[in-house]
Write a protein that binds this ligand. Sequence first.
Ligand SMILES: *Cc1c(COP(=O)(O)O)cnc(C)c1O
Length: 445
Amino acid sequence: MTKINHSTLVATSSLQQRSLDTVWHPCTQMKQHETCPLVPVVSGKGAWLHDADGNHYLDAISSWWVNLFGHSNSYINAAIRDQLEKIEHVMLAGFTHEPVVTLSERLKNMAPGSLGHCFYASDGASAIEIALKMSFHYWLLRGQPQKSQFISLQNDYHGETLGALSVTDVAIFKQMYAPLLRQCAHVPTPDWRYAEPGESAQDYAIRIAAVLEQHVAENHEQIAALILEPLVQGATGMGMYHPIYLQRAREICNQYQIHLIADEIAVGFGRTGTLFACNQADITPDFLCLSKGLSGGYLPLSVVMATDTVFQAFYDDKIARAFLHSHSHTGNALACRAALATLDIFEQDQVIDTNKIKAAYLNKIAAPITAHSKVTNFRNCGMIWAFEVETKDADFAATCFQAGLKQQLLLRPLGTTIYFMPPYIINEQEMDLLVNGTLQILDSL
Ligand SMILES: *Cc1c(COP(=O)(O)O)cnc(C)c1O
């Protein structure tokens, strides 16, 4: 057996090779990296990522939709540094701390209705698990244990742990694990791309809400909750729908006594043009799940905000009536400070208003994309843009990703859907680069 001198190995082999040797990368067929190299990022600033070979990439998808105010944001950095000198983390059972309390108070003031009770976890999928368990447990406590089913929308994505995957409707993630999952009905999607020719997005949403109503009318005695991605179904290709569907869903849930769980993990914090997507329908869900942008994309943090009605059902002398669920890093102080700094920026920079101006600019310069012969369904909602590309390339997403890197763009198409979901600090010059680079890619197909 040859003896490996570890220090020379580390010095001579690239970061990419060391990564492939030991890091099992997410959502990746590792063998593809035999031909398609990893991008070894060494730093980031603003909307840009810098790699070890001196290349720069505009992060047009906010590093999987999490980053809001740029990489290495000096204001958020300072907040985390300050917190680091106080307390980095303490368990949240039996203990509390200023950042988690202030964050909960501020979220309560920002969220619609009476969503005043914040239960924390570290990632989006865990927040979904919590909302599902809380909903079921609530009905159990109210003497309706048969309400144990969940329904979600066709094409919904809610994460990839077993419970979250059960309510997800994405075949490529789900099919393999079907024997491990609970049955869940998926009602037809309100995504307007499915509308009949000539049918408006609003008319289609109303028609499809009637199918939801019929399903709920027939099955409500077994249903605990409807879970959905409000306004934009992200992971299946940025499907967008009319807010009237959310209004109808809220009414139907009220009428038949089932919970409404709003998964705003991707769309919360201004992505759809309002602070929360639910604001556009003027509704309050029973559970609001937030993550991704919550900490500005800095640290893993998620929260489930529950109504007072839900909270009160668990409030009792008996321990067994409590919500006995925990994650080791629940309410991590550093992550909460990053979240507080993120909320500060929203207020100081009037981000929601500024984003409207930026979105209008991007829509204006994107006219040649809309008009491109290979492009269909160009659509925009707040700070999300998407369109389908006509292509015979079976691996278009990978081809486009590589072509994007050559244009200094981090794009990661979903199938044949190219989307932009940039950090909110993107400026006009960067938007020009994004649109021009994308046009180059489209022309080269
Ligand atoms: C990303 C996402 C999740 C899962 O969050 P993770 O932190 O990746 O577990 C759930 N729901 C939606 C809508 C998402 O976009």
